[in-house]
Every structure is written in structure tokens, then in C-alpha cells.
Design a binder for this molecule. Structure first.
Ligand SMILES: *Cc1c(COP(=O)(O)O)cnc(C)c1O
Length: 348
């Protein structure tokens, strides 16, 4: 039985076996509270190995907290954060970055395929330097982007150089950072600290964990008192080991990247099958786990009527189909066949 919710979002997926097993192991007996436990130590060490650097790591419950607390630690209240106009930070976090930084303004830049236009970033910083303008202090990128595209290692290095030259700290919203890594097949360091990223919000939830994101500070000085910030925001888990254990388990086994690669492969297949249907075209290149397509309006209605759940307002406002670690190839084929059938009936 196909679950017709399966393409709506990657956070519709369940907990993957590897995360589940780590939780089960972490559930044996007692553990110290508030992160002073073996699982949290193991998970932090696994992330340091993964990034090949002595980064400082914190676990929070969700991406909104990770992004907004990380950004708040880069800025003072009179500063501003530059991000893409489609960024989750701007469109889907209910003003959390402004709230947790006590008023830091978010300034938007355009850019094709969900990626910031570098001239626009430069212009936003340089157009005003007077005391009346909220001084730009941070640049926040999303990798993979809200529309399922990627910044290449070269693009990341260029952006890192630009940010440094403009005096901006560099944050990455990596809700789907694992999908980016799996697709680019580069060392995690190459699209993070080696490219000048100061802090990364590394997503676990959408990649097979039950809950929890890692905030990874490559610039350790910026992590000063971040633990207090987390506590005040209600983001310090007392049973931290249950946020940390899936990270330890999935990193130590390599499942973290395998899950992401599976999701990406399913998205590539879905894109290929959907675009074989007359009248369906891709809106953005499929580089990670999202497929954005232009669908004829009657086809959207018919699919919704048939019970398929998917969004048409996310990102650039086209139909979005998300794949996850749990998406099965036969389900991709089943759904694509149904789309094809409905489309051909509508043509008559
Ligand atoms: C899902 C997502 C987040 C995190 O959202 P939460 O619901 O707060 O966990 C952050 N950024 C992007 C791009 C996302 O897709």
C-alpha cells in the first residue's frame, strides 16, 4: 500500500534503522544529563572526524533553533543578516533570527535557482556604510538550497572569499547538508570550513533521525557562551544522549551519507520519469533530493483529488516532490505511472 503523503516532505519519513538502533543502545541504563554523557561525547567526536577539524558541536531540537541561535551568535542587535529571498531563515522561521538576536534585521538578495547572487550580496553591503543602515554582519546560505540545488565547492570557496573581504561571517543552513555532500562527493571540510564557513546548522531530522540538528562551529571563538544561549532558548535537552545517539550511530556506520545518497538517487529517478510525461518540465536542476516541476493545473487538481499530497507554494511556488531515505524505488515508479496515466487521460 503506497502512502500518498510520501513525496510531501522529507520530514514525513520515519526514523531509519541505524538511528533507531543507536537509540535502543542509548536506552540501556542510566546516562548523565545535559550533554555530559558518553553518547554526546561520541557524537561530537564523530562530527570532528567527519569534518577533520576540532569544531565545537551543540545539539538542538530543530532547524529553526539551530539557524536562529547560530545567527544570533554572529550578530548584535544593530547588525543585519543577508540571505536569499527564498531562505528558510526568512520565509519559514517566523522571524526567529530577528527574535533571538534582539532585532537583527534580515536583508534579502535574489539569485537564480535558490542561490544568492554575489553582486547583490556585495551591493547590499557596500551601498551604505552610514550609521542609519543596519550593518551587514552575516551571510547565510542554504546547502542544499530550498529548491534542491547546490553550491559547488568552487562556488563555496568564492563566496567564502567574498564574505571575508566584506567582513561578513558565513553561516550555512544545512538542513539537507548530507544530501549536498552525497551529491557533490567531496570531503565535508571542502564545502564548510575550508571554504570559510564559520558555523553550520547540520540537519539530522530530514535524513533519518527522529529529532535533532547539530550546530557546528568551525570558528570556535564564535561559540563562546552558546550553551547559555541554547539553555535560555529552551534548547538544552536534559536527556541529550537521545539527540546525540543517532548522530553517533549514523556517522560511525556511514549511514548518514548512504541515506542522503539514496534520497538523491530517488529524486533523480523521479525527475527522469516525470519529465517523460508530456506537459511536465523541471523548474530547477535536480541536484539533491527535491524535484520541482511545472505541472498543468488540471493535473495538479487530479493528483490532489486522487489523494496525493504535495506542496505547490514552497520555494519558487511550483509543485515540489521530496525524496528521503525511506522513499522506495517501486513507489517512485508507481507514482510516476499514475501521473502518466492521469496526464494521458486528460489529453483526450
Ligand atoms: C526543514 C528545514 C529547516 C528546519 O526546520 P525545522 O522545522 O525548524 O526543523 C531549516 N532549513 C531548511 C532549508 C529546511 O528545509
Amino acid at each position: 500500500m503506497v502512502d500518498k503523503n510520501m513525496f510531501a516532505s522529507d520530514n514525513y519519513s520515519g526514523i531509519c534503522p541505524s538511528a533507531w538502533q543507536a537509540l535502543e543502545e542509548a536506552n540501556r541504563g542510566f546516562g548523565r544529563a545535559y550533554g555530559d554523557d558518553e553518547w554526546t561525547r561520541r557524537a561530537c567526536d564523530a562530527l570532528r572526524d567527519f569534518f577533520e577539524t576540532d569544531c565545537q558541536v551543540f545539539f538542538v531540537f530543530n532547524g529553526t533553533a539551530g539557524n536562529s541561535l547560530a545567527l544570533a551568535s554572529l550578530c548584535r542587535s544593530y547588525h543585519s543578516i543577508i540571505c536569499h529571498e527564498l531562505a528558510h531563515v526568512e520565509t519559514d522561521e517566523c522571524g526567529a533570527s530577528e527574535f533571538f538576536s534582539n532585532g537583527t534585521k534580515v536583508l534579502l538578495v535574489p539569485g537564480s535557482d535558490g542561490k544568492v547572487d554575489l553582486d547583490a550580496v556585495r551591493h547590499t553591503v557596500e551601498r551604505r556604510t552610514d550609521i542609519h543602515y543596519p550593518k551587514p554582519k552575516a551571510l547565510s546560505l542554504t546547502q542544499a538550497t530550498e529548491v534542491g540545488t547546490l553550491y559547488s565547492p568552487d562556488e563555496m570557496a568564492t563566496i567564502g572569499g567574498l564574505a571575508k573581504g566584506l567582513g561578513l561571517k558565513l553561516h550555512v543552513d544545512g538542513a539537507r547538508f548530507a544530501n549536498a555532500l552525497a551529491s557533490l562527493k567531496v570531503a565535508p571540510a571542502d564545502i564548510s570550513w575550508r571554504a570559510g564557513v564559520d558555523v553550520l546548522t547540520f540537519g539530522g531530522t530530514k535524513n533519518g533521525m527522529p529529532v535533532g540538528e547539530a550546530v557546528v562551529f568551525f570558528n570556535r571563538a564564535l561559540a563562546e557562551e552558546f550553551d547559555f544561549r541554547c539553555k535560555q532558548a529552551g534548547q538544552l535537552a536534559s536527556k541529550m544522549r537521545f539527540l546525540a545517539a543517532p548522530w553517533a550511530g549514523m556517522l560511525e556506520t556511514g549511514v548518514l551519507l548512504e541515506n542522503a545518497e539514496h534520497a538523491n538517487a530517488m529524486a533523480r529517478l523521479l525527475a527522469q520519469l516525470l519529465t517523460e510525461v508530456d506537459g511536465i518540465s523541471l523548474v530547477h536542476p535536480v541536484e539533491a533530493s527535491a524535484v520541482f516541476v511545472q505541472l498543468p493545473e488540471p493535473l495538479i487538481t487530479a493528483l490532489h483529488d486522487a489523494g496525493w499530497h504535495f506542496y505547490t507554494f514552497i520555494g519558487s511556488g511550483h509543485a515540489r516532490f521530496m525524496c528521503s531515505w525511506q522513499t522506495a524505488e517501486e513507489d517512485v515508479r508507481h507514482f510516476s505511472a499514475e501521473v502518466k496515466k492521469i496526464a494521458s487521460l486528460q489529453k483526450i
